[in-house]
Design a protein around this ligand. Structure first.
Ligand code: NAD
Length: 345
């Protein structure tokens, strides 16, 4: 566990995780590999740079040579880097397949060559697809319905196949929707908070009946660390336990924390693909790893709203700068030599 490579560490969840793992005494060095796409911001790491343990490398998980050089110097990999916004995947699915599937494969190959001790692949409850009733345990079928979720499901399966095929000590985490400071304002909670704080309207799809489980980002990071330390190789761990809310109920909370009125809410027709309800069972992580989400929604949203209120310099350029709204471009994978055939094959 001494040397940890964190991909996507300049993004929303990754930057929280880096700050957390830097505090661990048994971690000697943390390297962040991040391409700094429209979604990544070195400022998200902020005070993490005060730690001498941290090294930042700007680079792409599809760059096989760079990935190989970095992985060989680390004992563990925690893989957050991804194209992560569902709506963007509707018009730029290629970039999602490139980073989420091929990028994960590039890391797994390097991890296999260099015998890393733990590889945590960070995934999402969206891979289970919509559930009208009940909750998904880790062995539920994968039925992703949008390109983002399909790319994550594919990467989960590739990651798990590296455990089955090569014995690579891979674990997969699947969390519900995260919220908290530092999230890109394209995502619903910061989008609504920053609009309401500017006195602008917010729009709900359909009748606002879509259900999501909202988990504070620090709870997810605690779960990812628990899996990094104690997860059984080859296993998947659901990380949920926040609060289930319809988008209408979530909006009511956000109106309250921003002191805004119902007049700010408008409704638009639902988009063609919009999963009605996700729900995961996180008993396994709780029973086996002692995972316990601690942050209450009301406090968490109030803290998040306060962060956006105090830090307009962090989100205003992303909202007003047309460059920030560009769809991601697919990055072609570098041609790579096949790894040497393992001895005895
Ligand atoms: P994010 O979009 O905020 O951050 C992604 C980071 O990855 C950015 O810093 C970006 O620059 C980097 N990145 C993108 N493509 C890259 C590439 N080709 N090479 C190197 N770096 C690259 O995403 P997030 O919300 O922090 O999500 C992190 C992970 O957690 C993702 O794998 C996502 O699928 C998963 N996840 C997110 C949520 C959520 O609610 N946000 C929920 C469940 C799972």
């Amino acid at each position: 566990m001494e040397h940890v490579l964190v991909t996507g560490g300049a993004g929303f969840i990754g930057s929280h995780f880096v700050k957390r793992i830097l505090r661990a005494e048994d971690v000697e060095a943390v390297t962040v590999l991040d391409a700094l796409t429209y979604a990544g911001h070195i400022e998200n790491l902020g005070t993490a740079f005060l730690s001498e343990k941290l090294t930042f490398v700007q680079g792409n998980v599809l760059d096989a040579q760079l990935v190989d050089e970095l992985v060989q110097r680390h004992t563990a990999v925690v893989h957050f880097a991804a194209e992560s916004h569902v709506d963007r995947s509707f018009f730029a699915a290629g970039a999602f397949l490139a980073t989420n599937v091929h990028g994960t494969h590039t890391l797994l190959d390097a991890a296999m060559r260099h015998g890393v001790e733990k590889f945590v692949h960070v995934s999402t409850d969206e891979v289970y697809g919509p559930l009208l009733t009940g909750t998904a345990t880790e062995d539920a079928p994968l039925r992703p319905s949008v390109p983002y979720a399909a790319s994550k499901a594919a990467s989960d399966l590739v990651a798990l196949s590296y455990h089955q095929t090569y014995g690579l000590p891979v674990c997969v985490t699947r969390s519900s929707n995260n919220y908290g400071p530092y999230q890109h304002p394209e995502k619903i909670i910061p989008l609504f908070l920053t609009r309401l704080q500017r006195g602008e309207p917010v729009t709900l799809h359909g009748r606002g009946e879509h259900v999501r489980n909202w988990l504070h980002v620090e709870d997810n990071c605690a779960g990812v660390e628990a899996v990094l330390r104690g997860g059984v190789p080859g296993e998947v761990y659901n990380l949920g336990g926040g609060t289930d809310l319809t988008s209408r109920e979530l909006t009511d909370y956000l109106l309250r924390v921003c002191g805004a009125s119902e007049e700010a809410v408008t409704y638009i027709p639902d988009r063609a693909a919009n999963d009605l309800r996700y729900s995961i069972d996180w008993t396994k992580a709780s029973a086996e790893l002692g995972y316990r989400p601690e942050r209450g929604l009301e406090d968490g949203l109030a803290e998040t709203a306060e962060w956006y209120r105090r830090n307009p310099d962090r989100w205003a350029p992303l909202v007003r700068n047309p460059q920030a709204a560009q769809p991601p471009r697919a990055v072609p994978a570098e041609p790579r030599a096949l790894p040497a055939t393992p001895a005895g094959w």
